[in-house]
Design a protein around this ligand. Structure first.
Ligand code: PRP
Length: 180
């Protein structure tokens, strides 16, 4: 289902602003992983843009994998019931693992995922998240690397969608409903 033509978009962070944040995060992560070769796991689909930008700034050897979770479906509210619908291929036992996520909202998705991965016995497990929406948090989730905090608004763009639309927008935008 496509969004109503009356939906409005307000830019929250421009692509240019995001690129500065991503470069800063990458510097911090590069310092942490000196001498290591971690597996970097992107959480599909939302993190695909952030992941692609971030890894191109990481200055150390690494491997990449992806995992896909299902929780929101086409709705705007998290069901809290999270499933793995596409698993990683690589074994993470004894490996340094960095999870890359676009946004932590209620925390249900990432809380489930970190627990799921921890059970597989990684040497270390860290989380890098571009956006943190703390006002919506339902589950406490430690985040090792955070890009920026966002307000409690419905966000689209830079990988984030509404019913699969808007993922390709270069900016992060607030999706609103026009009054008429
Ligand atoms: C979004 C986002 C996070 C999750 C955050 O994914 O990419 O993975 O929701 O929400 P939470 O903290 O409330 O769990 P979504 O389930 O919409 O799937 P998508 O990444 O395929 O868009």
């Amino acid at each position: 289902m496509k969004t109503s033509p009356k939906s409005s978009l307000t830019v929250l962070r421009t692509g240019r602003e995001i690129s500065v944040v991503v470069a800063g995060l990458a510097d911090e992560i590069t310092r942490s992983y000196a001498g290591k070769c971690p597996l970097v796991i992107g959480v599909l689909k939302g993190a695909f843009v952030f992941m692609a930008d971030l890894v191109r700034h990481l200055n150390f050897p690494l491997e990449i994998d992806f995992i896909r979770l299902s929780s929101y479906g086409s709705g705007r509210e998290s069901s809290g019931k999270v499933k793995v619908i596409q698993d990683i291929r690589a074994s993470i036992k004894g490996r340094d693992v960095l999870v890359v996520e676009d946004i932590v909202d209620t925390g249900h998705s990432i809380s489930f995922l970190m627990e799921y991965l921890q059970k597989k016995g990684p040497a270390s497990l860290k989380l890098c998240c571009l956006m943190d929406k703390p006002l919506r948090r339902r589950v406490v989730v430690p985040i090792d690397y955070v890009g920026f905090t966002v307000p409690d608004k419905f966000l689209v763009g830079y990988g984030l969608d509404c019913a699969e639309e808007y993922r390709n927008l270069p900016d992060v935008c607030i999706l609103g409903e026009d009054s008429q």
